[in-house]
Design a protein around this ligand. Structure first.
Ligand code: NAD
Length: 694
């Protein structure tokens, strides 16, 4: 794992734990043994630690968290202390990536030499923890409290050459890193002791009390629900106020507290989830992929324009097809407006706007898209219209082109049946706004070829989306679950709550947006359209009348200036509306319901457990491959807080028997709906067996 070689008087220890050289138990042991060997060898004057391959080290081995290996000797802190005490000087040669525990290891070395462009970060906060091996104590001593706090609280990387010379890095290497670092190491060894140790420095900060007061206020405001940022602030404050060893103990104690929290476990679930969803059990990772060098989009409406932007952003030329020139012009004008908006906010340059616009061409003629490697259809949500489009595509598209549909509710297999090549047909369900939302539900039809699926998953990555595979059903994973959630939200109104109370309860719990603000943003007409179909096809699926009454008034949400709330012109602020309250009270009366005060806990439980129960059915039916797929859909597409880990993970955290018990309680309550609250067989079974979804 670790390679030991000698260059002149320098022992070069190269960590080789590919691909990211994580500080696993084995890697730590190897480094410690190699440093001891170098110290014992009289021919060696200095020691160099570097990373084999493309990176120094990405940090802790997260798979070891909450296992004995995480703290098995040598623990990272123990190893770093040994480095710091080494009789011979140790130089870290940093390239590629030095993050988390990897960066902390380098902070325990006496000197650091970096290659330019190396990504330096303490990203622990993104996993709901804080650096636990001295990072919060040594980094402020080297780069100052303010810069260190910014890195620790944000977790964001900084390029090696951005640090003031002589602070984090003693030298930025020009040319071969190991060679430059060896020369540097021989030089410091020749000078003799004392070697520089971060622990011996003190943190200089004027007005420390006021600085930390302001920092605490800032994180309290910005990171509601996330337990780690306040502790990051406290740890850096300890670096300023406490002697080094006491600061280390303080940091360790905070780390130990955080690593046990359900929030941190949830955030790790998210971290691993991003990788887990990319694995499809029956599609090997070496499945040959089709090449995607050009794309086409049919339909230049809300979704089509946003989808085209994804390709342009990734440098893939895309042609947009419409039936009418006006629709095309309108669509492309919206795309331009979006790009120019980003330029105004300083996110991209005007030159970049033009570059991306130049990648988007438009046409009214199918012949112009025939050579595209993938075409995504985003026309009206009507089966006949979509089938007609797919018949056309089947006629003109070159063999091997992937034919994708952005349908959100229609049967993909029926769309595929309109072609002579159903194996090339797949669903790519983008979320609105398509150029912003990270989620892409990838719908696998019964005939979809494995290489089409694998290629589309890879494409998701190329356009920076999280691709989650879903089977064919009405609503796929996300919208099928959200329907049950909304049904509960509407019933809560009928029984005694108001939209603002339901939204506030769920937003305080952590959702980015409560159900009524969400529907006002998405458009209430979409749900109305679906409900009208339900009343005919599934009359047993009951609904409160409230949302229909709102829609009958043309209150479709923000786009019409009113929905469950009212909106000022050009303003997205949701104002509670007495008229809506009247409608709700009238509905309760008509339904013969005596309104009652409903607590926030009941609101949260009923809405979230509605998601969980439908999620269990989706798992049973194989629409989602694993619970983590459902969780990732919710965390990347529906504003579900990462510190809750998605609905299925959250249910696991609460305990499935507790979830079932709560459902039984709601089934037995006065307005309870036993059919709604009947636990899905999978949920009932797992709860009975003491098992979990994840
Ligand atoms: P939209 O009405 O904004 O746009 C549809 C566009 O398709 C229009 O510009 C129309 O001129 C064009 N069109 C219609 N028939 C066509 C044809 N035969 N050939 C070429 N162009 C044609 O609709 P939208 O909101 O962009 O939705 C498009 C699709 O995306 C639908 O299937 C919808 O269910 C799905 N979807 C929408 C959302 C959303 O939030 N809006 C989210 C996910 C998926």
């Amino acid at each position: 794992m670790s390679q030991y070689s000698v260059r002149g008087k320098v022992a070069v220890i190269s960590m080789n734990n590919p691909p990211m050289n994580t500080m696993s138990h084995a890697n730590r042991g190897m480094v410690k043994a190699a440093v001891e060997a170098a110290n014992a060898d009289p021919a060696i004057a200095a020691i160099l630690i570097t990373g084999g391959g493309k990176v120094f080290s990405s940090g802790a081995e997260i798979k070891e968290f909450n296992t004995p290996a995480a703290i098995a000797s040598p623990a990272l802190g123990e190893l770093i202390a040994a480095l710091e005490q080494s009789a011979k000087p140790i130089v870290a040669a940093v390239h590629g990536v030095a993050m988390g525990g990897g960066l902390e290891l380098s902070l325990g070395c006496h000197y650091r030499v970096a290659a330019p462009g190396a990504q330096i970060a303490l990203p622990e906060v993104k996993l709901g923890i804080l650096p636990g091996a001295g990072g919060t104590q040594r980094l402020p001593r080297l780069i100052g409290a303010e810069a260190a706090l910014e890195m620790i609280v944000s977790g964001n990387p900084v390029k090696s050459e951005k640090f003031a010379p002589g602070t984090l890095f003693d030298e930025i290497a020009i040319g071969d890193l190991v060679e430059a670092a060896c020369t540097f190491a021989e030089k410091v060894a020749a000078k003799g002791e004392p070697y520089k140790r971060a622990r011996d420095l003190s943190v200089k900060l004027d007005n420390a009390a006021a600085f930390f007061e302001a920092a605490r206020a800032k994180v309290a405001k910005e990171s509601r629900g996330f337990p780690s940022p306040p502790k990051c602030v406290a740890a850096v404050e300890a670096a300023v106020n406490l002697p080094f060893d006491e600061g280390l103990k303080f940091e360790r104690a905070r780390f130990n507290e955080l690593v046990q929290t359900s929030e941190s476990k949830a955030m790790r679930h998210y971290f691993f989830g991003e990788r887990a969803v990319a694995k499809i059990p029956d599609v090997p990772s070496d499945t040959p992929l089709r090449e995607i060098k050009s794309a086409a989009v049919v339909g230049a409406g809300t979704m089509g324009g946003g989808i085209a932007m994804n390709f342009a952003n990734a440098g893939i030329p895309v042609t947009v097809l419409e039936t009418k020139q006006e629709a095309l012009d309108r669509g492309l004008a919206t795309v331009r407006k979006n790009y120019e908006g980003s330029a105004k906010k300083g996110r991209i340059s005007m030159a970049e706007v033009e570059k991306r616009m130049a990648l988007i061409t438009s046409t009214l003629n199918y012949a112009d898209i025939a050579q595209a490697d993938i075409v995504i259809e985003a026309v009206f949500e009507e089966a006949a219209v979509k089938q007609a489009v797919f018949r056309q595509l089947d006629e003109v598209m070159k063999p091997g082109a992937i034919l994708a549909s952005n349908t959100s509710t229609l049967d993909l297999d029926q769309i595929a049946a309109a072609t002579t090549r159903p194996a090339d047909v797949i669903g790519t369900h983008f979320f609105s706004p398509a150029n912003v939302m990270r989620l892409l539900e990838i719908v696998r039809g019964k005939a979809t070829a494995k290489d089409v699926l694998a290629t589309t998953m890879k494409l998701a990555k190329t356009i920076k989306k999280v691709g989650v595979v879903a089977g064919v059903c009405d609503g796929f994973i996300g919208n099928r679950m959200v329907e049950q959630y909304l049904r509960q939200a509407y019933f809560l109104l009928e029984e005694g709550a108001l939209p603002q109370q339901v939204d506030r309860a769920l937003e305080n719990w952590g959702l980015a947006m409560g159900p009524f603000r969400m529907m006002d943003l998405a458009g209430n007409d979409i749900g109305w359209h679906i409900r009208k179909r339900r009343y005919i096809e599934q009359p047993e699926m009951t609904y409160s009348k409230i949302p229909d009454l709102i829609c009958e008034l043309g209150r479709f949400g923000q786009k019409t200036g009113a929905g469950f709330y009212r909106y000022g012109a050009g303003d997205r602020t949701a104002h509670p509306d007495p008229l809506v309250e009247d409608i709700i009270l009238g509905c309760s009366e008509e339904a013969g319901v005596a309104r009652r005060a409903i607590g926030d806990e009941e609101i949260v439980e009923r809405c979230i457990y509605a998601l969980v129960n439908e999620g269990a059915r989706i798992l049973e039916e194989g629409i989602a491959m694993r619970a983590v797929d459902i969780d990732m859909v919710y965390m990347t597409g529906y504003g579900f807080p990462t510190y809750r880990g998605g609905p299925m993970f959250y249910a696991d955290t609460v305990g499935l028997p507790e979830v079932v018990a709560a459902m039984q309680k709601y089934a037995a309550s006065k307005q309870g709906d036993p059919a709604f609250w009947k636990p899905a067989p999978l949920l009932a079974q797992l709860a009975a067996e003491g098992k979990k979804f994840n």
